[in-house]
Design a protein. Structure first.
Length: 165
């Protein structure tokens, strides 16, 4: 009887450890995704100072596209991103994210569509690479593709609502 009770205690301890680990992993995933979601909100608000506040000060942003058979890669440093001045109205919406976490690093693969001044511009995938710091998750780098359908998918909800709708 005593041996059986000890086995049950060990099993319960293992289950509690497993449940705690699952809850921590779920919270980490929610925290990482919250940073990516906020980044998209800040881009849509044309708030690049706010966006860079989510980044490491050594962070870098890359865009990659294929236009007329030519691959283009553009790079923006933290300082260049922070100083960006936008004269347009942006709406960037992510959907169907995939979050990967390994200890203090994480990545979010986030298909998106992008509208400029109310007109559909492009779509692609945003990839946010994050690191966990003492202040929480921060973006170390961002890279995105800039494509046209059918090479990428527009948001499944269709066009974004116009202001005032």
């Amino acid at each position: 009887m005593r041996k059986n009770r000890r086995s049950w205690i060990i099993i319960l301890a293992c289950l509690l450890t497993l449940l705690t680990s699952i809850a921590r992993a779920d919270q980490d995933e929610a925290d990482v995704l919250a940073v990516a979601d906020l980044a998209l909100e800040l881009i849509s608000a044309e708030d690049f100072v706010g966006l860079t506040d989510l980044m490491l000060d050594t962070g870098v942003a890359f865009s990659a596209s294929l236009r007329d058979g030519v691959y283009q890669v553009r790079t923006r440093t933290y300082a260049e991103q922070r100083a960006a001045v936008v004269e347009a109205d942006f709406v960037e919406r992510g959907f169907d994210p995939t979050v990967l976490i390994s200890g203090p690093i994480a990545a979010v693969w986030y298909p998106y569509d992008f509208y400029e001044d109310g007109e559909w511009s492009h779509c692609g995938v945003d990839i946010f690479n994050l690191v966990r710091t003492n202040d929480g998750w921060r973006i170390a780098s961002m890279i995105w593709s800039s494509e046209q359908p059918p090479d990428c998918r527009p948001h499944p909800d269709g066009r974004p609502a116009s202001p005032g709708n």
